[in-house]
Every structure is written in structure tokens, then in C-alpha cells.
Design a protein around this ligand. Structure first.
Ligand code: SF4
Length: 343
């Protein structure tokens, strides 16, 4: 362990108790790592009933599945002992509501006092009964992906879904929350502006505005298109060549746990090419993987800007860039090495 890691270890005791902006400065600017991931993304399933045009799932080559309850409980049991955990995201590269045990999993997480439980969904499968279960189960936040104010636009973008079904399910969810007299979950209505729906942007906001309750923390959010590493080409892939690149900071404060227990440092790596270990393996834990040699080496490469050593990151539009006068990368630069390590 070098001097920097020793300093981080000491800082790790203090950082979880700092206000959010101070913690973000530590992760984003200083590239200091948390003692334990602050945000845990659990992909309960990577199955999906939609084929949204901007989603990289059509490039998915890893198996489709759902996380077993026993593995979910193992993850929650460990996280419940860690005050560093601030948020638990219950979705990944799929439709979270396709996991039939989602409400049961949520209740388990809340019974263990997990703080902010949250997931993103299209709402296409959100029946009134399920909505009630999630609200009474203590879900803290939910985000609806709804990208068209008209049937034609919605179904052109969120392919295989039905406009009226998703719209009515989401409306009913707001009404159920009100009827139950609950303030949870806070609702985010997400809009992804894109050429296909930009003419309906204001209609979309007008459509949902009457349902949002600021007292519950409801709000709109615009989410801008990106490449999902190499799943799409919304941003130019070689724009970095004349620029100095700085880490996206994800490996310093969060993890993505795939349904099979693989732990990655990145929420955009849809195919799971970056695997730091598997938490379902006997004797493995989030802590042992987070502090393990593979994860530490990965963070060191990010901190040192050695992205050409990591093929996935080298191709990613999420690295922060700083303009420099330096020449483009030489054509004979060493070939990127793909990191795929399973413990
Ligand atoms: S650089 Fe891109 S691929 Fe690498 S960890 Fe960050 S977001 Fe993920």
C-alpha cells in the first residue's frame, strides 16, 4: 500500500460524514476513493420488455437473468453494516419491474434500514397493486422514463411499449400515492431530448406537470444522450485525441453489481467488460472486491490517466477532457489491454 492509499484509508473514516458537495469534491476532483462504495447499483434483472432506440441493450452479449433472492440478501446484509452507503439503485440494464421479486427485495432492504432505495422504470408493467406494494414497502425514489407526448412519438422511441398503458400506469401510481397519504417515493419524470421528440419537449412537461408534487420532492430531469461506452455513437469517439483526459470518477465511489454477482466499477458498461470480482463466490464480499488488487489497480490507472491500458474506458465519452496543445496520440501507441478479471 503506497502513501496515497494510506492517506485515503485515513480519509475514508471522515469522508462519509462530510456534506455531499464535499464528498463529490473528494471523489471527482481529488480522485480519492471511498472506504466502501457510496452508491450501490444492483441489476436485479437485465431482461427488458422494450427496445428503446437509444438503449444499448441490442448490443448485449452477456446472458439474460435475474438476481436470486439469496444473493440480493447477501449484498443487503453487507451494505446494512456500512454507514458509507448513501443510495441503493435497484435497476441495471433491464426493466426492473420484470423481476417478480422486486417488491419483496425492496421490503428486505428497508427492513435492514437501507437508506435511499430507488429505481428507474418505463412504468409499462406498473400495476396498481404493484405500485401500492412499492409505496408501502418504503421505496424512497422512482424515476419514470417517458419520452413522447404523443402515441406516435412515444412508440417510435420506446419501441414495443404502448403509450396509453405506460401513461395510465404512471398516472395511477401518482393517485395511489396520494390516496395512501404517503410522500414516498419522490418521483422524477425523465425526459431525454433527442431529434425524435424535441418538437414535443414542452408538451411532455405540460403533460406531467399537474401530477408532480413538490412536497414529495417530485421533479423533471433532462438526461442527455451519450454513447453507453461503445453501444451508441451520439458523441464523437475520437474527440479526446488532442485533449488530456481525466477520470469519470465512477470507480472511486460507486459499483454496479450485475444480476450474476459480477461487480463492475461503471454504470455504463452494459456488457460487463470491466469485472473486478464476483460477490456471489464463496468468501467474497463487496468490501473484499472494493479493496482488492484488481479494483485498486483499476483506480490507479484512472488516477494516472492511463486509459489506453483499459480498452473499455479508452473508447468512452464519459472521461472529462481538458484542452491541450499536445499532438494527437501516435498511431503506433500500444494496443489497449482489455481488463476482464474474475476472482
Ligand atoms: S471511463 Fe467510461 S467505461 Fe470507464 S469507468 Fe468511466 S464511464 Fe465507465
Amino acid at each position: 500500500m503506497d502513501l496515497r492509499e494510506s492517506a485515503e484509508r485515513m480519509a475514508g473514516y471522515l469522508v462519509p460524514w462530510l456534506p455531499r458537495h464535499a464528498r463529490m469534491f473528494y471523489y471527482f476532483r481529488l480522485l480519492g476513493s471511498a472506504r466502501f462504495p457510496e452508491i450501490i447499483h444492483i441489476e436485479n434483472t437485465n431482461a427488458c420488455n422494450a427496445k428503446c432506440i437509444m438503449c444499448p441493450r441490442d448490443e448485449l452479449v452477456r446472458p439474460i437473468g435475474a438476481m436470486p433472492m439469496e444473493l440480493f440478501q447477501k449484498i443487503i446484509d453487507e451494505c446494512a453494516t456500512r454507514p458509507e452507503v448513501k443510495e441503493m439503485h435497484l435497476h441495471g440494464f433491464g426493466e426492473a419491474l420484470l423481476d417478480k421479486r422486486l417488491a419483496q427485495k425492496l421490503r428486505y432492504a428497508k427492513s435492514k434500514k437501507i437508506r435511499k432505495t430507488y429505481f428507474v422504470t418505463t412504468g409499462s408493467l406498473l400495476t396498481q397493486e404493484l405500485g401500492r406494494d412499492l409505496i408501502l414497502g418504503g421505496l424512497d425514489a422512482i424515476k419514470f422514463s417517458f419520452y413522447g407526448a404523443s402515441k406516435a412519438t412515444y412508440e417510435k422511441i420506446q419501441r414495443q411499449l404502448t403509450f396509453e398503458t405506460s401513461r395510465d400506469n404512471i398516472r395511477n401510481f401518482f393517485e395511489t400515492r396520494k390516496r395512501l397519504g404517503r410522500r414516498n417515493p419522490s418521483v422524477t419524470m425523465q425526459i431525454v431530448p433527442m431529434p425524435e421528440n424535441q418538437h414535443e419537449y414542452h408538451d411532455l412537461r405540460a403533460m406531467w406537470e399537474p401530477y408532480l408534487d413538490p412536497a414529495c420532492g417530485d421533479h423533471f430531469e433532462d438526461f442527455f444522450l451519450h454513447n453507453w461506452v461503445d453501444g451508441r455513437t451520439y458523441n464523437p469517439r475520437d474527440a479526446w485525441k488532442r485533449q488530456r483526459r481525466i477520470s469519470c470518477s465512477m470507480p472511486f465511489h460507486l459499483i454496479q453489481i450485475h444480476w450474476n454477482g459480477d461487480i463492475g466499477p461503471c454504470i455504463y458498461d452494459s456488457n460487463g467488460t470491466l469485472v473486478m470480482g464476483n460477490v456471489s463466490a464463496p468468501g467474497m464480499s463487496i468490501a473484499s472486491i472494493w479493496e482488492g488488487e484488481t479494483f485498486r489497480a483499476f483506480r490507479a490507472m484512472h488516477r494516472n490517466g492511463e486509459f489506453e491500458k483499459i480498452a473499455t474506458c479508452n473508447n468512452c465519452d464519459q472521461l472529462r477532457v481538458v484542452e491541450t496543445a499536445s499532438p494527437p496520440a501516435p498511431a503506433d501507441a500500444p494496443a489497449p489491454v482489455e481488463i476482464t478479471v474474475l476472482s
